[in-house]
Design a protein. Structure first.
Length: 637
């Protein structure tokens, strides 16, 4: 691209985003950088001023304008990508659908990374579907529009690469797509995954595997695959217009084998050394980057051997709860116990319609995990209540005929909290089973075979009878953040020889948050950026944590009462008192520290990122603290 064309293009984008054109000196710096000149050659009068002040501010401004991190050496690639998007937008607006021989009403939402080759292939696909008469976007619109676009789309196309496999926004979008399908009882929006240099054996986290289980999937390895990919996707769209698929899809690339391969990898003991791995959900059992938070692991391994045990693991999201649960189940399997992990996050919305529906799903899911015959319909009697039926099913089908204890890992039970009409009965049933194991009668031996690991992200904010709640008995485990020594241990495992000061600088922004710390150490150990570069852009969408921050912002925008409350906490220099349910929800999201009903922002990262965004929006929300209402499901807690 010609340097003058590039300058006029970025100047126009800057004006559209900020309302101001580039200054004369900024234009001079841009042109010189485009030609590869040093700051001494760009502005010999005072090169240090231009580099430290004008240049620094310019790249920061253009990072926001372009939606990706921009530096002097990377400006050309960023401009090329932005111009491709612009050309695609112009192509879309110039298509006269009334004159086309084929006019279609179906809409596609294309979600992809901004890096190559994802970007180029996504743009090619966007052009192809536009020319075929479909409506589309490439997922680059404002966060406030994403939910509306997901609701309106017929197809959700995810570009799945090793980089996007850990994207929080991608997983949240897939969760929303599943939620929409469940609520409508149809196959739309239909998920399509395009695996970009991401072979079937590539280990995906549990959430991603579950959400993609019934999706159509295609593979791309080089530019030579692009024509066939476009043909295949367009053929699929046309075929589905003629004969819509059933609600349960048959996936062209079945993930069953890949799931088995992943489980095999997860069920081996940790390796002594390993290449740095990109954190994406549960830390694999084979990972060398799992940090024990003593004495929690030892306490759990000891407790699970106790007849009738109940272990309660609590912490905000992304703190390692599921990783600890996986290790407890692994220890149980080593003892010869039967194990069944079960996540309530992946249950269809209809499961929570009533208690009977929930308990039938519960029994069926566990039977399937244990590879036992499906007998729920045969065993469920209309003469008894749903709790009696569920209890009898456990006694007759799950706990009998074997001496091996059964360990259930119940993950994401927070989702049940969102349905108060059934929460009391469901959790009361768990408490009753726990107490049954201690009665000492003939039936107690059977119930001593059942061991429960219950995982949740927040305090219980639904009213539960204190004598029927499982959250005040058993072994409580509350996972803390990593301390200074544990973060230093992680740096060494990543091959980084950091000083105490460097560790403290990182923790000054993200504390000891396991996911945020590991994400930083992975990219730094790979030479993709330095600690200084990370911290310079940490609180921006162009920085390393941009995906993480955007996911939080998207969640808050969907729930103005939470955004308003968190905005108050961000703006205050002291702890802020909030209504308990809202305080608990913000804590479960990992955004605040919680002391009673008082909250403070959890990290400097969140304070810096949200202070402007929520400050600007609070007046738009128009929500006073006394008017905050109920809020619904917000995704994985």
């Amino acid at each position: 691209m010609d340097r003058q064309v590039a300058l006029e293009f970025i100047d126009r984008l800057t004006f559209e985003k900020t309302g101001k054109h580039l200054s004369d000196l900024e234009r001079k710096v841009f042109l010189g950088s485009w030609e590869g000149k040093t700051y001494e050659k760009i502005y010999p009068i005072n090169p240090q001023y231009v580099e430290k002040d004008v240049g620094y501010k310019l790249w920061k401004k253009l990072s926001k304008v372009l939606g990706e991190k921009v530096k002097k050496k990377t400006i050309k690639g960023a401009i090329e990508r932005a111009r491709n998007y612009d050309e695609l937008r112009i192509t879309a607006s110039s298509i006269d659908r009334e004159k086309k021989s084929v006019s279609r009403t179906q809409t596609l939402f294309i979600s992809h990374q901004k890096e190559e080759p994802d970007l180029s292939v996504a743009i090619e696909l966007g052009r192809a579907v536009l020319q075929a008469g479909y409506q589309t976007n490439l997922g680059r619109d404002e966060l406030t529009q994403i939910d509306e676009q997901l609701q309106q789309c017929d197809y959700f196309i995810l570009f799945l690469s090793p980089q996007s496999a850990g994207s929080e926004m991608a997983i949240e979008q897939l969760r929303r797509i599943k939620e929409l399908r469940d609520s409508r009882g149809t196959s739309k929006p239909m998920a399509i995954a395009i695996r970009i240099d991401c072979p079937r054996h590539f280990p995906l986290n549990h959430d991603l595997r579950e959400y993609l289980h019934s999706s159509y999937q295609y593979e791309w390895h080089s530019n030579a695959d692009t024509p066939e990919l476009l043909r295949s996707v367009l053929t699929l769209l046309v075929q589905n217009e003629i004969a819509p698929p059933p609600v349960t899809l048959a996936s062209p690339l079945d993930l069953t084998n890949q799931g088995r391969e992943s489980l095999t990898m997860f069920d081996s003991r940790p390796l002594p050394v390993a290449e740095p791995e990109l954190p994406s959900g549960q830390v694999r059992l084979a990972s060398a980057f799992y940090i024990e938070r003593s004495p929690n692991e030892k306490l759990c391994y000891k407790e699970i051997a106790t007849p009738g045990a109940l272990i309660r693991i609590k912490a905000p999201r992304q703190m390692g709860k599921t990783s600890l649960m996986a290790r407890i189940l692994y220890d149980a399997r080593e003892r010869g116990y039967r194990t069944a992990p079960l996540s309530f996050q992946h249950a269809d919305t209809a499961v929570f319609t009533n208690l009977n529906q929930l308990l039938q799903w519960f029994c069926a899911k566990i039977s399937r995990k244990l590879r036992l015959p499906y007998q729920v319909d045969d065993r469920w009697s209309s003469y008894f209540g749903s709790k009696d039926n569920c209890t009898a099913y456990f006694e007759d089908c799950l706990l009998c005929d074997t001496e091996a204890p059964l360990v259930l890992g119940l993950d994401e039970v927070d989702r049940v909290f969102q349905h108060p009409k059934i929460a009391d009965d469901f959790f009361g049933l768990l408490r009753a089973w726990y107490e049954e194991a201690g009665y000492g009668d003939g039936n107690s031996k059977l119930w001593q075979q059942l061991r429960l690991v219950v995982v949740h992200s927040t305090e219980v904010y639904v009213p539960l009878n204190v004598n029927q709640s499982p959250f005040n008995v058993g072994l409580p485990i509350e996972l803390p953040e990593f301390n200074l020594g544990q973060v230093r241990d992680l740096t060494q495992r990543h091959g980084l020889q950091w000083s105490r000061t460097q560790v403290e600088r990182l923790m000054g922004w993200v504390g000891g948050h396991p996911y945020l710390v590991r994400l930083a150490l992975y990219h730094i150990s790979q030479g993709q950026l330095t600690l200084d570069e990370l911290l310079q852009t940490a609180a921006t969408e162009a920085g390393l944590y941009g995906d993480h921050l955007r996911r939080h912002l998207w969640s808050l925008q969907k729930h103005p009462e939470l955004a308003s409350a968190f905005g108050r906490a961000i703006a205050s220099s002291t702890a802020v008192e909030l209504e308990s349910a809202i305080a608990f929800k913000l804590h479960s999201m990992g955004l605040v520290h919680l002391q009673g009903n008082y909250v403070t922002p959890r990290f400097e990262l969140y304070r810096q990122y949200f202070v402007d965004r929520l400050g600007e929006r609070n007046s738009e929300f128009g929500v006073r603290s006394s008017e905050r209402g109920e809020f619904g499901e917000m995704g994985k807690s």
